[in-house]
Design a protein around this ligand. Structure first.
Ligand code: ZN
Ligand code: ZN
Ligand code: ZN
Length: 319
């Protein structure tokens, strides 16, 4: 018998219908093989992409940030317009690619910590820049990993889409702020309730009560904070470590599954509590889910959280 759950923040229903006896790796289907071609994101192939809005270069005394950079080959992070944008600037939107590393396969779940930190800095720089434009109402940062999660290129990269309106998923969360911050409340409740599987000085990671899929998890700053642009240098370090360790644990536990994550930040001028939502490809959403907006999840988040806690500890010991 399934258990119907409603997300405490937005109007989202989930049916938890546990399938017992399935090991974590059995929730992920075998990966289809990626085509190996000349990679447009690898160093030396910069001519294959539009010129960059932002490049981090190796300087003698640390990282140098260059806007509208030349197509230098000794970059650390590169950010440019998507060649096949979902929204074009003339339609008052932007669709950008953030190449996270010159190393083709340096995905966040196994990246060097310093590199993860640079990726987060690039996120922050791009949000700041795009929020200066009047017509931009929102910037959604997201990462698709693996073909099954929508990544058409296997080089480590994130994307952002800047929109002239606030997406519904964010609007619904904003509406829940009427009597105080629902995420501050959530963190307090979850730390007592036991779905938190990772906690550092500044951040928690938890499997939400109404998880849409097995091993869904969220990362939240403990301090009430509207956007990633509000982070101190220390908090950026803490976030890099949290992102790396939790994604690393998920990769170890599920056998490097395809996944999506996105970062919800405050729309311009509104209060919010920023967070990351991570969804590994552990479910197939079909007619029922798409037609009803109700998700069926075969793994109670309480069990997922316990397994993630163990995996995080294992990953911590070996790193
Ligand atoms: Zn590459
Ligand atoms: Zn809050
Ligand atoms: Zn959210």
């Amino acid at each position: 018998m399934g258990e119907l759950r409603r997300d405490p923040i937005v109007d989202r229903l989930v049916i938890i219908a546990e399938e017992r006896g399935r090991r974590p790796k059995e929730f992920v289907r075998p990966r289809s093989r990626e085509r190996v071609e000349k990679c447009p994101f690898c160093p030396g192939n910069e001519w294959m992409t539009p010129p960059a809005h932002l490049v981090y270069l190796k300087g003698k005394e640390g990282v140098v940030k260059v806007e509208e950079g030349e197509r230098a080959e000794d970059w650390l992070v590169r950010c440019f317009d998507n060649l096949y944008p979902a929204l074009k600037p003339e339609e008052h939107g932007h669709h950008e690619v953030i190449v996270e590393s010159p190393v083709h396969d340096e995905h966040i779940q196994r990246a060097r910590l310093g590199q993860v930190r640079l990726v987060i800095e690039a996120y922050i720089d791009r949000v700041r820049e795009l929020y200066r434009k009047d017509y931009v109402k929102y910037v959604l940062l997201f990462r698709n990993y693996g073909l099954e999660a929508g990544a058409s290129l296997s080089h480590a990269h994130s994307q952002l889409i800047a929109t002239p309106l606030i997406p519904r998923a964010v609007r619904e969360e904003v509406e829940a702020f009427e009597d105080g911050c629902p995420f501050c409340r959530l963190i307090e409740d979850e730390r007592r309730g036991g779905r938190v599987f990772y906690e550092s000085e500044g951040f928690v990671a938890l499997c939400p009560y109404a998880s849409r899929a097995p091993f869904e998890f969220w990362i939240l700053p403990k301090r009430h904070s509207p956007s990633i642009t509000d982070m101190s240098g220390e908090e950026v370090d803490g976030f890099a470590k949290t992102l790396r360790e939790t994604l690393g644990a998920m990769a170890e536990l599920l056998g490097d599954p395809p996944y999506n994550y996105w970062i919800h930040i405050a729309p311009k001028g509104l209060d919010f509590h920023w967070h990351v939502e991570v969804l590994p490809k552990t479910s197939i959403w079909a007619g029922f889910e798409l037609g009803s907006g109700i998700y069926i999840n075969a793994m109670p988040p309480e069990s997922a959280s316990r397994l993630m806690r163990e995996a995080t500890r294992r990953a911590h010991r070996t790193s």
